[in-house]
Design a protein around this ligand. Structure first.
Ligand SMILES: Cc1cc2nc3c(=O)[nH]c(=O)nc-3n(C[C@H](O)[C@H](O)[C@H](O)COP(=O)(O)O)c2cc1C
Ligand code: SF4
Length: 443
């Protein structure tokens, strides 16, 4: 067992840390003071060298993303366009519930992370986009923002410097797609949450056509620690290619579900058996979804030696996603679970691209047929074909997110589908598609 790291950076065990006074007593708002003594580029460089990777799902290097932000939007100060930061607190991925823990227990760390990022990129306005259902957490966050405004930690000439920046908390209306960065920006602009075709990328054409950077809550919370203690210190925590601590939200068939913070690279088996107290009834593990509903499943037998970091999970064909680990015991009906997931993606598809709009519904229908024992053996390959035709053919990654679980479950549990068909009392023909080739997405 390798659970030697005791320090929690993002969720330390300090009572009432959500209060500004307590946050300050524990070293809060020192990082932004330090950042103000540095050149903005030096702040970005520190984050870049730390190798911090985004915690919102795609693992993109944070410092590199910040360098895409233009320093100036025009040579002429009079026509200078604003630049924006969006903090993504939409957190709608099934199995993911870590950002709300941060907001509840350490909201000033997020505000300080935003201030460091805004200073580094010369940003005067930040929107924190929080999902509508998170009303309790919205109130906590809003309260923290007001506390920080009252002490002039946000607003005009912060700490008596020339730097001014605002933070607005913006509530979404509960659509998963609004967590996708370009849909999020449309939503902030008051439009329907439709993803935009990329390029142009947000750093070139973001909110209201102005340069914009989008970062996840947990990502930004790492920044004050990097500034306080330096990139070298950070880069040595956990896995070298994916350093730092990470919040892992574990749910499903474990004795102690919850959000846990550990250095990246903790063994998945240690997380399940040591941290989460194993499986109820000492049952075997059938499957694990390591990073939220959109990540590829792995079989119980595969978890030995797998570590919770981007590189290690790649070796078993999956990814860390949002760190939302879902554990399923040996009695789980994987087809039923997959069917529920398929229903979610069909329901949440924004409908702009044919492969996603039609394909997600089609996959759901075929899976329902398996559940009700009306599917045929050919339907296994039909299901796979539909998933393969969605993947890579859509405007945004929701299409891929819908296809990956289906592809991986067929790959890893084909026998379950076959058994379900053989057990079936009636082998009727299932939905026959008019054709299998989708048109490509049109903008
Ligand atoms: C359908 C969809 C939903 C997403 N939902 C979220 C979300 O709720 N929170 C989040 O941080 N990123 C979400 N993302 C990823 C964002 O588009 C973006 O990559 C991320 O916020 C960038 O932050 P990071 O670089 O700090 O990880 C989603 C992506 C897709 C395709
Ligand atoms: S992939 Fe789906 S959710 Fe994304 S833009 Fe296309 S239809 Fe909308």
């Amino acid at each position: 067992m390798q659970l030697d790291f005791t320090e929690k950076l993002i969720l330390p065990n300090i009572s009432n840390l959500h209060q500004l006074s307590v946050y300050e007593e524990n070293g809060g708002y020192q990082a932004i003071r330090k950042a103000f003594t540095m050149q903005p580029d030096a702040v970005t460089n520190e984050v870049k060298q730390s190798n911090l990777r985004g915690r919102g799902g795609a693992c993109f290097p944070t410092g590199l993303k910040w360098t895409f932000m233009p320093k100036s939007t025009t040579a002429d100060k009079q026509t200078e366009k604003p630049k924006y930061l969006c903090c993504n607190a939409d957190e709608s991925e099934p199995g993911t519930f870590k950002d709300r823990q941060i907001i509840e227990f350490n909201p000033h760390l997020l505000i300080e992370g935003i201030l460091c990022a805004a200073y580094a990129m010369g940003i005067k306005s930040t929107y924190i986009y929080i999902r509508g259902e998170y009303y309790k957490w919205y109130k906590i966050l809003q309260n923290a923002v007001e506390e920080a405004y009252a002490k002039n930690y946000i607003g005009e000439k912060i700490f008596g410097t020339e730097f001014s920046t605002d933070i607005v908390v913006h509530r979404g209306a509960g659509a998963y797609i609004c967590g996708e960065e370009s849909a999020l920006m449309n939503s902030v602009e008051g439009k329907r949450g439709y993803p935009r075709v990329k390029p142009p990328f947000p750093a070139a054409f973001g909110l209201w056509g102005c340069p914009t950077t989008i970062n996840n809550v947990e990502t930004l919370c790492n920044v004050p620690h990097i500034i306080n203690r330096g990139w070298e210190w950070f880069s040595k925590i956990g896995s070298p290619k994916h350093p730092g601590t990470i919040l892992l939200g574990v749910s499903g068939h474990v004795n102690k579900p919850g959000v846990y913070e550990f250095p990246t690279g903790i063994l998945l088996s240690d997380l399940i058996y040591e941290v989460c107290g194993g499986i109820p009834g000492n049952k075997k593990i059938k499957a694990v979804i390591p990073g939220g509903s959109s990540t590829m499943w792995i079989r119980g037998e595969e978890i030995d030696g797998v570590r919770m970091d981007a590189e290690s999970l790649k070796t078993v064909g999956t990814s860390i996603g949002t760190g939302g680990v879902i554990v399923m015991d040996e009695d789980t009906d994987v087809i039923k679970v997959l069917s529920r997931i398929a229903h979610f993606y069909h329901h949440e598809s924004c409908g702009q691209c044919t492969p996603c709009r039609e394909g997600t519904g089609w996959m759901e229908k075929i899976l329902h047929n398996f559940e009700s024992s009306e599917a045929t053996l050919e339907d296994i390959d039909l299901l796979l074909d539909v998933a393969n035709n969605i993947e890579g053919n859509t405007i945004c990654a929701l299409g891929d997110a819908a296809a990956w679980p289906v592809q991986s479950v067929i790959k890893k549990f084909r026998g379950e589908f076959e058994r379900r068909v053989r057990k079936s009392p009636k082998v009727s023909s299932s939905i026959k598609p008019p054709h299998l080739v989708f048109a490509h997405a049109t903008p």
